[in-house]
Design a protein around this ligand. Structure first.
Ligand code: GDP
Length: 195
């Protein structure tokens, strides 16, 4: 997809605030620091529209980005900070659960994992839960430039195994440093928009 327009529309904490234009949308989830903001910015050709803002103590919001006036990216706050108080984690869980279970324009969830590391317990739990909810998931293996190309297949295999990946769910190897995987990520996302 050639992105000609993108903007943040709203940071929402509750369903009444979600946009109601009924454009198809794709949500993005991943542990903090996995490269989610970098992925969003690279995909929409912006330097700094998406920011890492999900530090503990900050308001946790679902950030809706409109793209080409026809779809949304929905940035879900990152998980996996060690020192987040339980009350905050619970609030995060409720917000995500409400969003994922009630949003009928949600076409797929992008789960970002770091290609270098085994998926974390939180990554595995998130993937399992999304599959339990019957949602299509696109796995993006980020930071591919940080390991040699020859090692990609081995790391991809580990990710698939540890997540117990559904064969229907695509996996895309990506780098926001080199834009490797950008076209494949876009064509994969587009294939879910009008299902
Ligand atoms: P977020 O917390 O998931 O939004 O992560 P960020 O997008 O802020 O990225 C976290 C750190 O990883 C930053 O220092 C980024 O510059 C770096 N980073 C993100 N993606 C890549 C990538 O594909 N390659 C490399 N080398 N670094 C990356």
């Amino acid at each position: 997809m050639k992105v000609t327009q993108s903007d943040i529309v709203i940071s929402a904490v509750k369903p009444e605030q979600y946009p109601n234009t009924r454009f198809p949308e794709v949500a993005l989830a991943g542990r903090s620091n996995v490269g989610k903001s970098s992925f969003i910015n690279k995909m929409i050709n912006r330097k700094n529209l998406a920011r890492t803002s999900s530090k503990p103590g900050k308001t946790q919001t679902l950030n809706f980005y409109v793209i080409n006036e026809m779809m949304y990216f929905v940035d879900v706050p990152g998980y996996g900070f060690a020192k987040v108080p339980k009350s905050e984690r619970d609030a995060w869980g409720r917000m995500i659960e409400t969003y994922v279970t009630t949003r009928d324009t949600l076409k797929a969830i992008i789960l970002l994992v770091d290609i270098r590391h085994d998926p974390s317990k939180d990554d595995i739990a998130m993937y399992e839960w999304l599959k339990h909810m019957g949602k299509p998931v696109i796995i993006i293996a980020t930071k591919a430039d940080k390991i040699p190309k020859g090692k990609w297949p081995k790391h991809e295999k580990v990710i698939k195994e540890k997540l117990n990946k559904d064969p229907n769910d695509p996996i895309v190897i990506f780098s926001s440093e080199t834009a490797m995987g950008k076209e494949k990520a876009w064509s994969t996302i587009e294939s879910y928009l009008f299902r």
